[in-house]
Design a protein around this ligand. Sequence first.
Ligand SMILES: [Mn+2]
Length: 492
Amino acid sequence: MTRVIHTGDTHIGYQQYHSPERRRDFLDAFEQVVEDAVSEGVDAVVHAGDLFHDRRPELRDLLGTLSALRRLDEADVPFLAIVGNHESTRGGQWLDLFENLGLAERLGREPRVVGDTAFYGLDHVPESRRDDLTYDFEPHDAAHTVLVAHGLFTPFAHANWETETVLSESNVSFDAVLLGDNHAPGVEEVRDTWVTYCGSTERASTSEEPGRGYNIVALDGEVDIRRKSLNTRPFRFVSVELKEGEGVERVREQVRQYDLTDAVVVVEVTGEGEPVTPASIEEFAAERGALIARVTDRRELETDSSLDVSFADPDDAVRERVSDLGLSTAALDVDETIRASKTPDSKVREEVRSRVAALADEGDLSAFEAAEAAETDADAGEDSETDAADSTEGDGTADAASAEETPSPPDETAVEAVAAAENGRAAAADAEAGADAEPDADATADGDADANPDAETNADPNPEADENADPNPDAETERDAQANGQFTMEDF
Ligand SMILES: [Mn+2]
């Protein structure tokens, strides 16, 4: 018998709502999983991708991750992992570094046998490159087999990758497929194989309303999949439907009924009634101990449209817009350099130059090809586009950049496409413009699909505003998606 923890979509380093506390929460969740693995004495921790929120985790996040992995190592619990779309880079992966340090093992075509089970891995592959995939694995002589993969697989929500195809084209027959990417947990059976998502370990978006956790999977002739919950930051979802004549007082009344201590408070206002200024509610929640409050007024106010916009996060709006652009890897890389706070303004010019030169030196022109717009997912958005070289510090982009946000992951999409420099530039320009003007979040592509079926209910509401913005991918958008009938792919 083999018994493992199946976790994924940890998104360490995600500074949600620009909050250092939230950033720490994502690492804390991973540490909880590690502690559980040690105390439960599982045979391995299997990570299905997106350990990090972006491909350039900061030192503090790397150090925290290393400590957690060392804890597993000391307890002789192997950490077996694959690479997700958020953390994927060109060239080496962070996971390779951990493997080099003896703290992780990257799953792939060759079997890694734990107990009597052979584990294989399939990193995230952009949709445009999947036709070329051959699901060839090295043979094994274990009693059971597991494939660990990252992507949006059928029959789960927002899927774009056929599980049937993977299973039928694989030369190894799998008892179970352990997945990451969709932040909503779930279990289905496809062609006599159990297929399951473990869900994210912290709420990477407001659509991830149900409690977070991970799976414990036991293989012993049969496949047994159980959920374990994690103790994560409280989120209070408050939905207020105003009647004619009601306003901010009614909203406060509803909010007051919850224990807001250290919580993230997500308020959605619908119905009739008077306009409600988000700031007035956010302040009210903060006075009652909330860590963060986000208010979304879903009503179509005919009044000053700038009201909503003023509370939107420009970075998020830019990200959303960028995700639609289908920029090349090179363009995304440059944009990330310019907009991310990690590179000081004084170093931007030099950094852009050396990055573009490095790509050119590699001789791989695919980095300059535009991504297919359709496939861009949210992540892609995160990083941003800019075209190459020209953009340096001064131009408009600058402000967007300044804010301190996490650069988001470039996801895979990035890797493909082709955008000529000019396109890139133009795009960047309108992206910015768009940013202030129309941040609509939902519409975009990004949304990741996340959605979990159950969770869906909360979708974030107004597009523009807040948090929805969070870059994270996966989960969030569900609700909107439903509302609008369209799904985005963010994070995946
Ligand atoms: Mn994810």
